[in-house]
Design a protein around this ligand. Structure first.
Ligand code: ADP
Ligand code: MG
Length: 238
């Protein structure tokens, strides 16, 4: 079943068209990676799915409902950003609980969900710390915890690992994949890193200059690239 459907989606900033006629379906339970060079429109597309950016043309549906006019917090999604966007004055537990304040859950329910997320992410001993007392990897886990407590239908990740060192980045790829499996969620993951895309994705959407070049499983793109752009982009890791 389709979890997120993009139908002829375009985006312009003023007179500049940055995404053109994007149509694709992300299925329930899939881990789809949007990959492409810097500036090709990945973040803009993800922000449109999240409702943080208006859609110039076309429609976006989540679980069969058109969400073009649905506010971000009414969409069944949670987004994990590159810069973590943690509140510095709040503890780890408060940071995680805060995203539910907006959703209006009871105190007991919030505490239960924070404990559950902390268990899953190994954050139990860090719940009373402030973000500045955490390592980069721990901050990234808190950012994921904030998304998990909302139990969204769809997780959106925008280059969540790009501020981490290479070794941790590799470990966190596996962690995010394991989390996706465990929560049986649908995930849309943006990166400019071909290796990350190849190792994490069920299917990859290759974007270039605001257009889709090819959609397919990692091996399919590797073995049977649709054009020279895909061949060189997927075939030659940075
Ligand atoms: P990516 O995430 O793939 O690096 P972005 O989606 O951030 O690319 O940007 C795609 C294009 O849209 C870029 O040319 C960028 O400069 C432009 N862009 C992004 N946001 C805005 C904005 N708010 N106003 C004008 N142009 C923007
Ligand atoms: Mg981006």
């Amino acid at each position: 079943m389709a979890s997120v459907t993009l139908s002829s989606v375009s985006k312009s900033f003023g007179a500049v068209k940055v995404l053109e006629n994007i149509s694709t379906e992300i299925h329930e339970g899939e881990f789809v990676v949007l990959v492409g060079p810097s500036g090709c429109g990945k973040s803009t597309l993800l922000r449109m799915i999240a409702g943080l950016e208006d859609i110039t043309e076309g429609t976006i549906s989540i679980a069969g409902q058109v969400v073009n006019d649905t506010a971000p917090k009414e969409r069944d999604i949670a987004m994990v950003f590159q810069n973590y966007a943690l509140y510095p004055h709040m503890t780890v537990a408060e940071n995680m609980a805060f995203s539910m304040t907006l959703a209006g859950s009871s105190k007991a329910e919030k505490e239960r969900r924070v404990r559950e997320a902390a268990d899953i992410l190994g954050l139990n001993d860090l719940l009373e710390r402030k973000p500045k007392a955490l390592s980069g990897g721990q901050r990234q886990r808190v950012a994921m915890g904030r998304a998990i407590v909302r139990s969204p239908r769809v997780f959106l990740f925008d280059e969540p690992l790009s501020n981490l060192d290479a070794k941790l980045r590799v470990a966190m790829r596996a962690e995010i994949r394991a989390l996706h499996q465990r929560l049986k969620s649908t995930s849309i993951y943006v990166t400019h890193d071909q290796v990350e895309a190849m190792t994490m994705a069920d299917r990859i959407v290759v974007l270039n200059g605001g257009k889709i070049e090819q959609v397919g499983a990692p091996l399919k793109l590797y073995d049977d690239p649709a054009n020279t752009f895909v061949a060189s982009f997927i075939g030659s890791p940075a």
